[in-house]
Design a protein around this ligand. Structure first.
Ligand code: MRU
Length: 343
């Protein structure tokens, strides 16, 4: 089972809103329903939404039954623009669409039916590559983990956030599979609770010892000397190493530096956006106030109370010890290492 998978002529995804209570697989037959699933976070996590968007384009190709190649191309270009706008921060979404579009517009494709096949094949390649890349990244990252380490982790970066295996949680899984005795402190990750609901569910599946902690307790555990290393994922890394990730990551990084604890984002190079010079240019999604006002349907405060709900923050590069990628661990100066890794 993968979080994002093609079954016959459908996209099948785990409904991440239902975990840890229900493991529900949902089929998607239209690209519009994939956009909705990305927006309502049925599927979430940067690499997972990239793969979902690629398969979304394959669905769009099926939805339009025209034999006219130019007509199909026009339809797919429109669908691609809609898919890439589904969420703004994770660059993997735009990266996946940008990888699909040259195929959509390729003069080598002879017919509408060939184009449908070529698009589905590329989406499947993206999905397979994601899993292979995650395992390579995990091997590099696991070298940083020592027997007996306690790892602090934010949000969910595991098999659910990717096609399979995960980024930061993949490193943790690899260290566990290597037989290292590790413990994980999982930030609950308000307001959507990806840490408490999803990372804890994954740790349970794989037998990785963990405790869920309130987001506000990470400094407490770091100050007590109970954390050896911090591992997080990322939604976009700028050319200078500034890293956007789930809201709350910045404060974890600052506290890690204050307490002399290594802080490592773990990212496939598809998350590195060299077009963006620094974190100041990364678009930050602000989500529905309802996520704070009525979490999981429970009215916490009156609906007219004003709310700000940024879903991501940017950790400046100076707080980052090293960035774990499938090409190895990149250390400062990040400009040089990231540019080389993207080649
Ligand atoms: O809003 P989400 O749940 O999609 O945010 C996910 C994160 O911030 C993850 O840490 C990031 O995508 C890396 S996942 C491998």
């Amino acid at each position: 089972m993968r979080s994002v998978e093609w079954h016959n002529d459908r996209l099948c995804m785990i409904d991440q809103r239902k975990l840890p209570w229900d493991l529900e697989l949902v089929d998607f037959a239209t690209y519009e329903s994939v956009i909705e699933a990305i927006q309502n976070m049925t599927v979430r996590g940067a690499p997972a939404i990239g793969a979902a968007a690629a398969f979304g384009l394959a669905l769009a190709a099926q939805q339009n039954s025209t034999h006219d190649l130019d007509l199909l191309r026009r339809y797919l270009n429109t669908a691609a623009q809609e898919l890439r706008r589904a969420r703004p921060t994770a660059v993997n979404l735009m990266w996946a669409i940008d990888r699909m579009l040259p195929i959509v517009n390729s003069s080598d494709v002879a017919s509408a039916s060939d184009l449908r096949d070529a698009i589905l094949t590329e989406a499947q390649v993206i999905a397979e590559e994601d899993v292979a890349i995650n395992k390579r990244m995990a091997e590099h990252g696991a070298a940083l983990i020592k027997d007996g380490d306690t790892i602090l982790h934010h949000c969910n970066t595991g098999m659910l956030a990717t096609v399979d295996y995960g980024t930061a949680l993949g490193v943790i899984r690899m260290a566990h599979e290597q037989g290292k005795k590790i413990h994980v402190l999982l930030d609950e990750t308000r307001p959507r609770m990806q840490g408490a609901r999803l990372s804890a569910w994954e740790c349970k599946q794989f037998g990785i010892p963990f405790d869920i902690i309130p987001d506000t307790a990470s400094g407490y555990f770091m100050h007590r000397g109970e954390v050896n290393i911090v591992l997080v994922g990322a939604d976009r890394v700028a050319a200078n190493g500034d890293t956007a990730n789930k809201i709350g990551t910045y404060q974890v990084a600052v506290l890690a530096k204050e307490n002399g604890i290594p802080f490592h984002p773990t990212v496939p190079t598809s998350t590195v956006d060299l077009k963006i010079a620094s974190g100041a240019e990364i678009p930050i999604e602000e989500r529905d106030p309802a996520e704070l006002l009525t979490p999981y349907g429970m009215a916490l405060v009156p609906p007219d109370y004003p709310v700000r709900n940024p879903a991501f923050d940017v950790t400046p590069a100076r707080y980052i010890t090293g960035i774990i990628t499938e090409k190895g661990i990149i250390y400062p100066p990040f400009e040089v290492g990231l540019a080389a890794a993207k080649k």
